[in-house]
Design a protein. Structure first.
Length: 501
């Protein structure tokens, strides 16, 4: 009965006119950035974060969440039509989706992606609604030592599931944690790493780091690597799949939904990993294995279901533990904080309208995405005709204005320029900025719980081993480090993320 009452509260909040309107804006923008290669939901959420400060908290989070899961939908459109994935998780969709388009079956491929995405998103939203309250209740039993071990475990696991060199990812997390310590000490008020700059006494601004690292740096990388775009396909006809197509996509959608729902809660690129895993599973279990890579509709339905289910369930650790599963969720943590809300297990009890309104809005957003994606395919593809030289300066201008408007301080503009250049240099050195942002967001939480646990235990470090929860999590952390160091695991990671690059 509690679940029913909570859902009624959620839908009564999500169906308010302003929330439906901004949910629509979010999924519309998400679809657009999913279609346009090189921008992505992380950069978009980072750059739009400043404009949400004047919104009600639930409205802001509904819009930002819509951008994220909307991008999972939009990425499949250009992957299928012109073999150009707009989002990293849609890369595997292009393998069979574009082959179907070349065979004149773009309509069924797009429909299979939309149906799979809607079903997976709906199921994953139900899982989120059912799983969030009991997990939050368990999280309330965590002490400082347990939270320290949990945050450490999340950071290490994010390395094992991230692409690129694990050592570089670890270095980026360490750099992020160091940047998070800039400012006054949380207990003594002593300035740390401020370099005599008054503006740094309050710490480095989260928005400046996010916009610089994921907005400016990504734009610089894409301008450098601008590539010719494939010719657009002709008019898409016959959207609805045949009876045989419908029969073939049922199993992949169900399996992809289950895989995505499970992998979405893991730190790192769960939505990317789930789409590649789903494709591998479908290729293994299918009786039409020879068709894969040549237009198998299962190779579209399974991965698209998986990445959309993962997008929804990645909110579970955010809403129950206050821990982000990947960079977009780290930005959502920032949105919570700037609206004066501390993310964690108490949010469900303290802010029920916000949590359940956000969960209910995901189902509304999935309905809006189906209505947006199929009828407006032609419009989304026309976005690809906008020259990069026109598009990216507009995005930079918007990001600068939004960041400056936060405090009307030119220092914030200098900060995003600095972090944009730093992010670009790191990317050129083969270091992805995503682990840095996770370290920056989770570093203060890691430090606070470490010091609080030691204060309570009067400096006894065995407190982390005497509590069953923290000891178990630390054991899992060590196991994750050992696993990522194994040669076979390293080869598997390189194979999985080769297509993404």
């Amino acid at each position: 009965m509690d679940l029913f009452d909570n859902l009624v509260l959620g839908f009564s909040t999500a169906l308010l006119i302003q929330n439906v309107l901004w949910c629509f804006v979010g999924v519309l923008l998400g679809t657009a950035v999913g279609v346009l290669p090189g921008i992505g939901p992380t950069a978009t959420v980072a750059m739009l974060l400043p404009i949400t400060f004047e919104f009600e908290p639930v409205t802001a989070l509904i819009m930002l969440a819509g951008i994220y899961y909307g991008a999972q939908y939009g990425g499949s459109t250009t992957a299928i039509l012109i073999n150009l994935p707009g989002e990293s998780s849609a890369a595997v969709t292009a393998l069979d989706g574009h082959e179907m388009a070349r065979q004149g079956r773009a309509g069924p491929a797009l429909a299979a992606a939309a149906i799979g995405s809607f079903v997976a998103g709906t199921v994953a939203t139900v899982i989120l609604a059912v799983a969030a309250p009991p997990l939050a209740a368990v999280a309330l039993e965590f002490g400082p030592a347990d939270y320290f071990a949990l945050v450490l475990f999340g950071l290490i696991v994010s390395i094992t599931l991230a692409r690129g060199s694990p050592l570089k990812a670890l270095a980026m997390i360490a750099l992020g944690i160091l940047l998070g310590t800039v400012g006054q000490d949380i207990y003594t008020g002593t300035p740390r790493f401020v370099l005599g700059q008054r503006e740094l006494y309050g710490g480095i601004d989260f928005v400046s780091v996010a916009v610089g690292m994921f907005g400016i740096a990504e734009i610089l990388r894409n301008l450098e690597n601008e590539r010719d775009r494939p010719a657009l396909l002709g008019q898409v006809t016959h959207l609805w799949p045949t009876r045989e197509d419908r029969r073939r996509i049922v199993g992949p959608i169900l399996r992809g939904t289950a895989l995505g729902a499970a992998l979405g809660v893991l730190p790192g690129g769960g939505h990317v990993l789930s789409s590649f895993t789903s494709y591998a599973v479908e290729k293994r279990v299918s009786k039409r294995r020879a068709e894969f890579g040549h237009g198998a509709i299962e190779g579209v339905a399974g991965p698209e279901s998986a990445n959309n289910a993962a997008a929804q369930t990645s909110f579970i650790p955010l809403l129950t533990l206050g821990l982000p599963a990947h960079p977009v969720m780290a930005l959502m943590v920032g949105a919570f904080i700037v609206h004066g809300i501390t993310p964690g297990p108490n949010v469900i009890n303290d802010e029920p309208e916000l949590v359940w309104g956000l969960i209910a809005s995901m189902w509304i957003g999935n309905v809006l995405l189906v209505l947006l994606n199929l009828p407006l395919i032609g419009m989304w593809v026309r976005l690809l005709r906008i020259p990069y030289q026109v598009l990216f300066p507009m995005i930079v201008l918007f990001a600068v204005i939004g960041t400056y408007s936060l405090g009307f301080n030119s220092y914030d503009v200098y900060a995003i320029a600095f972090f944009g250049l730093l992010g670009y240099v790191l990317i050129k050195c083969g270091c992805e900025p995503a682990p840095l942002l996770l370290g920056f967001v989770l570093g203060p939480l890691l430090e606070e719980n470490l010091r609080r646990a030691l204060i309570i235990s009067r400096g006894d470090p065995t407190v982390f081993l005497s509590r069953p929860i923290s000891a178990g999590l630390l054991l899992l952390t060590v196991a994750a480090l050992i696993v990522v160091a194994l040669p076979a695991i390293r080869r598997s990671r390189e194979t999985v993320f080769t297509e993404e690059d």
